[in-house]
Design a binder for this molecule. Structure first.
Ligand code: KG4
Ligand code: ZN
Length: 339
């Protein structure tokens, strides 16, 4: 069974070909021009997807050595995400399926992130616990079985990736903030500034990151920091390391608490922030100590990609689950309503 997966929910245009659960290709075009605007501009993202979707799909098919008539189904993300961006991949996917006379499968972007851990040889066993941390979401989710998810908690305000991006903006280091902070933090002292760790004892599976960001803002004001000025590289590195340490402490503590409380052995991370080197290092260490099996996608499959979409499409089509061509974009699609 050969599936094409298409992802256009935010600012990455990506397509992948999967055959019988094995990935044959994954092609991604990044929209780096958003960095000039300090964040993703929805209208520009949508136009770029329109420009990129045909070459990206062609590249995925060519890399896989698959002709479009050999496809058994086409899967595309329909939510959550930016509506104009979602519509490009979704409409393209539905049209291609219709033209080929093959089934179409609509995919939840967050379900796809969780399924990115099923792309590797060693896969978590159900039920497993996933921390999904991206630019738009921070959720603790129990994957009970394929397509049954229980959302234990989510962020009350900023998503973890959003906090990275906003703090990078405060520091004047560019966009997207996550990978830049990650890199600069390697040279910094994580104990230089003691930013708050919002553990929310009364609500242990929920998250809140806006306080850390506000605390950074006050700290910068106190030290008279000018984001456009000629700042000491060590000062920036220390601020990045201290901020990152606070976010990682909270993410790691909550994921492990939930795993202990629910007595779940297999734990996974997914979404753009799972690319963070300090998060990966700390989780690997803590999981070992607590005898948990840890699953983290390889870097290519942490951020948005077509492969994770093709994986959900494959699992669904295998079970005869297909979507109507009437399916439309759902920018606020919620994982707990999925199934
Ligand atoms: O999953 P993703 O590609 O798109 C969304 O669905 O949001 O995640 C993008 C987010 C951005 O906020 C970006 O700053 C963050 O993931 N990110 C990172 C790292 N790489 C990407 N955050 C921390 N450390 C990283 N290495
Ligand atoms: Zn994502």
């Amino acid at each position: 069974m050969t599936i094409l997966g298409i992802e256009t929910s935010c600012d990455e245009t990506s397509a992948a070909v999967l055959r019988d659960g094995k990935l044959l290709s994954n092609a991604t075009a990044l929209q780096l021009f958003h960095s000039e605007h300090g964040g993703v501009v929805p209208e520009l993202a949508s136009r770029a997807h329109q420009r990129l979707i045909i070459p990206v799909v062609a590249e995925a098919l060519a890399k896989a050595g698959v002709h479009k008539r050999d496809l058994d189904g086409v899967a595309a993300v329909y939510g959550p995400g930016l509506v104009g961006a979602l519509l490009v991949g979704l409409t393209f996917g539905k049209s291609l399926a219709l033209a080929l006379g093959k089934p179409f499968i609509g995919v939840d972007h967050m379900e796809a992130h969780i399924s990115s851990n099923l792309l590797q040889e060693e896969r978590p066993e159900f039920p497993f616990l996933t921390l999904t941390v991206s630019g738009g979401h921070t959720q603790l989710v129990v994957a009970r079985d394929p397509f049954t998810y229980e959302v234990l908690g989510r962020t009350r305000d900023d998503a973890a990736g959003e906090a990275f991006d906003k703090v990078a903006k405060l520091l004047g280091i560019g966009y997207p903030g996550g990978p830049l902070i990650d890199k600069l933090a390697t040279k910094g002292n994580p104990k230089a500034v003691n930013f708050p760790r919002p553990y929310l004892e009364d609500d242990p599976y929920s998250f809140s990151f806006s306080g850390i960001k506000t605390s950074m803002r006050y700290h910068l004001k106190k030290i008279g920091f000018d984001p456009g000025g000629a700042n000491e590289p060590q000062l920036i590195a220390d601020l990045c390391a201290s901020f990152q340490a606070a976010v990682v402490d909270v993410l790691v503590a909550k994921l492990l608490k939930a795993a202990e409380d629910l007595a779940i052995r297999d734990i996974a991370v997914a979404g753009g922030v799972s690319a963070n080197s300090e998060l990966r290092r700390r989780l690997a260490m803590e999981a070992k100590i607590r005898h948990k099996r840890l699953f983290i996608p390889s870097l290519e499959f942490c951020t948005d990609n077509g492969a994770m979409v093709a994986m959900v499409g494959y699992e669904k089509l295998k079970r005869g689950i297909v979507s109507s061509l009437e399916l439309t974009a759902e920018p606020a699609l919620d994982l707990s309503h999925n199934a």
